[in-house]
Design a protein around this ligand. Structure first.
Ligand code: PEP
Length: 252
């Protein structure tokens, strides 16, 4: 059975003490929730990963990073390797986020290397894909997502691919307050599952977790998560407030 996941992408927010308070508040709140087989993943800034994994050790959530460099070690000033994440018990890492594609010019080829580097160390990539507004308006959104998946992930073996989590994040919905409708989300998620079935097989497609991301909040999460191919969410802004994040988690 595929896993339902709510992952919080904190981006570049919170001081250390604010992050510590938020993580412990969320951990305490999660103690009261029966997650069944679902998973909560918190992705704080890299500086706070060690603190987060310490709290996670006795709590009901996993820790994810927001970025890596696709080498184990070496002369890459300022970068963090998947080996370092593994050493800290980090379970997931976001790759392909539209902010990194846009501001850091990350290409599909570079993301392919990142996926390989993470999987080599047993860290599950949360692979973001999605179209910008002009692409949706030109009805190119399916083609765009197909290319992103094919160029960065579809070289993986079936065994490796099964460890990947996909997050469909229409770029026009990220941080804008304008989210995809439940029909738009379901349509794209079903399309992605179809691509996976064509590349691998139906059983693999059925096992893959596909998250929705983009202005998902406590009020709209339930109707998105109720869609048959939406397995949870990647949450930005709304993951920075304990109550709202918990509302999203309990919408699964
Ligand atoms: C994100 O950046 O991954 C995201 C989904 O942001 P927001 O929820 O703030 O739109």
């Amino acid at each position: 059975m595929r896993k339902q996941i709510v992952a919080g992408n904190w981006k570049m927010n919170k001081t250390f003490s604010e992050a510590e308070t938020l993580i412990t508040d969320i951990a305490d709140a999660l103690d009261e929730v029966d997650l069944k087989d679902a998973e909560v993943v918190l992705c704080p800034p890299a500086l706070y990963l060690e603190m987060a994994t310490d709290v996670a050790f006795e709590s009901n959530f996993k820790v994810g990073a927001q970025n890596i460099y696709p080498e184990d070690s070496g002369a890459f000033t300022g970068e963090i390797s998947p080996l370092m994440l593994k050493d800290l018990n980090v379970s997931y890492c976001i790759i392909g986020h539209s902010e990194r594609r846009k501001y850091f010019h990350e290409t599909t080829e570079f993301l392919k290397r990142k996926a390989d580097a993470l999987l080599k160390h047993g860290i599950r990539p949360i692979f973001c894909c999605g179209e910008v507004l002009p692409e949706r308006e030109a009805n190119q959104h399916f083609e765009v997502v197909q290319k992103q998946l094919a160029e960065s992930l579809f070289h993986l073996t079936q065994e490796a691919f099964q460890e990947v989590v996909i997050a469909y994040e229409p770029v026009w919905a990220i941080g804008t307050g304008v989210r995809a409708t439940k029909e738009q989300a379901q349509e794209m998620h079903a399309y992605i599952r179809g691509l996976i079935a064509a590349r691998y097989d139906g059983a693999t497609a059925n096992e893959i977790t596909i998250l929705y991301g983009g202005s998902c909040n406590g009020k709209n999460a339930r109707e998105l998560f109720e869609q048959p191919d939406v397995d949870g969410g990647l949450i930005g802004g709304a993951s920075l407030k304990t109550e709202e994040f918990l509302q999203i988690v309990t919408s699964l």
